[in-house]
Design a protein around this ligand. Structure first.
Ligand code: SAM
Length: 289
């Protein structure tokens, strides 16, 4: 392992910490019991560390992405909401999602025939399989087909192909920045079937309000139905996290919730599904603009 500390890691007294300064005036700090892996790939710096509260944590360029103990919240909410809203999802694509958690939830839907996992960095998939079985699962379901490509390039080769596209990206920095742009969303729209829908993680409605506002504004220019929903994710700055679903036809608020595959979920259920779309006034006002 290299001598110098990875990006974001600082020694404080006799302990090592990961400090995430990506939110204005807000430091997220995670105590590093053990730094298990550190690697620079052509796309980003990957670290895996152990933390008392979260278990093993995957971080990219010093920003925590997912953890053994709370990864289920994000992965259930970014997957079960769109896959229940669409009445018959068969062809699914996940852009990003290298930790494997979203794909693992997607294949719980019996009608799903294939999940194309478009992840730019193969090492994220390999290291998640090695260090984060709680997220990745024991093995990769045969319906999951990895495509180690830039999602912004791959999407341009797709037209009218997918029932659901899930944009499970890292934050809008580095390789994921393009996945928050209008040109990318227009390609997602084109890649979807006539009744297709997409869902994306749309950042913190408090610390990244401008990002959420931009995502929703851009999606509203393309899709007739755009709905933001929330979940509480301890790993992420401030805990409150947003997702946004954009649909050509199907509305999550009228979804057939008997399709929800919640028999073994730890977060989502039919009540949470509907409640997640009930937005507090400050977010309603933010998205009304
Ligand atoms: N669950 C995490 C979260 O809550 O933000 C994110 C899931 S996953 C770790 C995010 C993935 O997006 C990373 O593995 C990263 O390599 C991938 N990624 C970033 N930019 C990408 C791009 N342009 N195309 C494909 N994958 C990309």
């Amino acid at each position: 392992m290299k001598n110098q500390l990875p990006k974001g890691y600082v020694q404080k007294d006799d302990a090592l910490w990961l400090v995430d300064e990506e939110s204005l005036g807000f430091h997220g700090s995670w105590k590093v019991n053990r730094l298990l892996h550190h690697e620079q790939t052509p796309f980003q710096e990957i670290t895996v560390f152990e933390n008392d509260a979260l278990g093993r944590v995957l971080a990219l360029d010093g920003i925590p992405q997912t953890s053994a103990k709370d990864g289920f919240i994000y992965n259930e909410m970014i997957t079960h909401i769109p896959l229940t809203t669409h009445p018959k999802p068969a062809r699914v694509a996940i852009i990003g999602g290298g930790d494997g958690g979203a794909a693992r939830e997607a294949v719980k839907y019996p009608g799903v025939e294939e999940v194309t996992l478009v992840e730019i960095d193969q090492r994220v998939v390999e290291l998640s399989a090695q260090w984060l079985p709680e997220v990745f699962g024991e093995t990769m379901d045969p319906r999951i087909r990895p495509a180690y490509r830039d999602g912004n390039e791959w999407i341009r080769e797709q037209e009218g192909t997918y029932d659901c596209i899930i944009v499970d990206s890292s934050d809008p920095v580095g390789p994921a920045q393009v996945l928050f742009e209008q040109s990318f969303y227009a390609q997602v729209y084109r890649a979807l079937k006539d009744d297709g829908l997409m869902a994306c993680q749309s950042e913190s409605p408090f610390f990244h309000a401008h990002v959420l506002q931009k995502v929703v504004r851009q999606l509203r220019q393309l899709f007739p139905i755009v709905r933001t929903y929330l979940a509480t994710i301890p790993t992420y700055p401030g805990g409150c996290w947003s997702f946004t679903l954009a649909s050509k036809k199907w509305d999550p608020l009228t979804a057939d919730l008997s399709r929800l595959q919640a028999h073994d979920t730890q977060y989502v259920n039919a009540d949470v599904f509907l409640a997640a779309f009930q937005l507090p006034n400050y977010i309603r006002r933010l998205l009304a603009e």
